[in-house]
Design a protein around this ligand. Structure first.
Ligand SMILES: [Zn+2]
Length: 343
């Protein structure tokens, strides 16, 4: 049996947005330290390659690529959230490359599944704009690479507590890449309302479930059961990608959700089972947010245990009234496009 590939590199630690910034190198240091302290069998760690200009160009405009290239070797404030240090550009190109490589290895059957443990994160980066701690959109670049390598339908599931506006923008009018997000709403970056469902040929292929703060493992379980899994199974993707942010953890300082490590493990269990039933287990996760260091490292560890050691977790029962109402809004917006959601 091939193993779970973990792609990471010391260069990711040299992207430094400043001492007060929550997206700190320490995030990844803690994840790697725990994986060393409590090793997980069936994992293989490897250093990634940088993304090519062609791979970046599949998502990002010449204007943005040129602008970011110009920041190489410099400290710059792109916006109040998004800052660079001299190595940030190279780290961002390597993060995008790691995400592509993870997809290549899994599609070629050389790895069972993979987790790209990268910084900076990517899901807020739009085709023409870097923002929200993100320079290049790693998951979108990986999805485009998968399409070029023959995957006809790619599913991106985004469980970061923030809506992935950049990923949504990249595939807004497309049905070959289905984007589905569960996130706190209303919240940064203000996109991700239930009525945002895509446009033209992509209508119905963007799915948003904006939850009020306080969402629990059980609330996310209801989302998986009632909305995500029925649509994902009907879509039958050739590859499942995950924008894996851990800032919906109850300990996270940036948001108000109430997930635990077990909730992340339960989502991983459900996604792994989905991938096994529809696409030969092809599942790739990419690190997005997550700012409570202990919670972040424990949660990543729990997800890798599910991917590599076949640990299983399940959601507790009992959806809250607020979460049920949010779910209902999303169902109503999506019912016209997905017969499986009709009652
Ligand atoms: Zn986030």
């Amino acid at each position: 049996m091939t193993s779970t590939l973990l792609l990471t590199d010391p260069l990711f630690l040299r992207h430094d947005p400043g001492p007060e910034h929550p997206e700190s190198p320490e995030r990844l240091t803690r994840i790697l330290k725990l994986l060393e302290h409590e090793p997980i069998s069936g994992t293989e760690r490897r250093a990634p390659r940088p993304a090519t200009e062609e791979e970046l160009a599949a998502v990002h405009t010449p204007r943005l690529r040129e602008y970011l290239r110009g920041l190489r070797g410099r400290t710059e404030v792109i916006d109040p959230d998004t800052l660079t240090s001299p190595d940030s550009y190279d780290a961002a190109v390597l993060a995008a490359g790691a995400s592509v490589q993870a997809v290549e290895e899994v599609l070629a059957g050389r790895a069972r599944n993979a987790f790209a443990l990268v910084r900076p994160p990517g899901h807020h980066a739009e085709p023409d704009r870097a923002m929200g701690f993100c320079l290049f959109n790693n998951v979108a670049i990986a999805a485009e690479a998968a399409r070029r390598q023959g995957a006809e339908r790619v599913l991106i599931f985004d469980w970061d507590v923030h809506h992935g506006n950049g990923t949504q923008a990249a595939f807004w009018q497309r049905r070959d890449v289905l984007y589905m997000s569960v996130h706190q709403y209303p919240y940064y970056p203000d996109t991700g309302a239930s009525f945002e469902v895509g446009e033209g040929p992509g209508a119905g292929y963007t799915l948003n479930c904006g939850m009020p703060g306080g969402g629990t493992d059980a609330d996310y379980g209801a989302f998986f059961q009632d909305l995500f899994l029925p649509v994902a199974e009907a879509y039958a993707p050739d590859l499942v990608l995950v924008s894996a942010g851990f800032d919906a953890h109850r300990a996270d300082p940036l948001a108000d959700m109430a997930l635990t490590e077990r909730g992340f493990a339960a989502m991983s269990t459900a996604l792994k089972a989905l991938a096994e039933s529809v696409c030969g287990g092809r599942l790739v996760m990419m690190l997005e947010g997550g700012y409570a260091l202990e919670a972040l490292s424990q949660s990543v560890h729990a997800c890798v245990e599910v991917m590599a050691e076949d640990m299983k977790d399940s959601f507790p029962e009992g959806v809250s009234r607020e979460a049920a109402a949010a779910l209902q809004r999303s169902r109503e917006a999506l019912e016209p496009y997905w017969r499986v959601l009709g009652r």
